[in-house]
Design a protein. Structure first.
Length: 181
């Protein structure tokens, strides 16, 4: 029991001293009901990392979205009227164009299935995988930043939760075998 209490005390002290809170807040101090974290790992697709990644042009680029319920009540994974918003930007902070074959308009994805909404219990997380290179023109060498956001309810004045920013650098592919580099 003493070991558990000491571990909890140490954990609490590390959270306080690092300046992090377990429940996210907006600038106005309002507690947000969930967090969104995006991660990516080109060499180990099942590993989560938010570090910048380097990929070769033409490579598949996908990422994970982890939504974690930070409230003390259950919340919907996809609140009614609150689709995930994708913000993909290239050099000079310019929005990246959608690929013509996706049929997407704007940068909104995450259609909600019919029926009962999927719910997240307090402290529970849901991970989804998204293939950003299938929807956006990120084939050319350069640096791209990706961020995801979602409103907390369908109320027009509802808070919007934003994820961390993920950076992906696309480099030219290796030349074919036998050609000089």
């Amino acid at each position: 029991m003493k070991i558990i209490f000491a571990s909890l005390l140490l954990f609490g002290a590390s959270v306080v001293t690092s300046g992090q809170t377990l429940v996210p807040e907006q600038a106005d101090g309002v507690k947000l009901p969930f967090t969104l974290t995006i991660s990516y790992n080109q060499t180990h697709p099942t590993a989560e990392t938010t570090a910048a990644q380097v990929v070769k042009s033409g490579s598949w680029v996908g990422f994970r979205i982890r939504k974690t319920n930070t409230s003390d009540q259950e919340i919907p994974v996809r609140p009614q009227g609150c689709l995930l918003q994708y913000d993909v930007r290239g050099s000079s902070d310019n929005p990246v164009a959608h690929k013509k074959s996706t049929g997407m308009s704007g940068s909104i994805r995450g259609m909600r299935p019919a029926g009962q909404p999927e719910m997240l219990q307090p402290a529970e997380s849901k991970i989804t995988f998204e293939a950003v290179s299938s929807w956006y023109e990120i084939d050319k060498p350069g640096t791209y930043v990706i961020q995801v956001s979602q409103c907390t309810s369908d109320d027009p004045g509802a808070a919007v939760v934003k994820s961390n920013v993920l950076t992906v650098t696309v480099v030219p592919p290796d030349p074919p075998a036998g050609e000089p580099k």
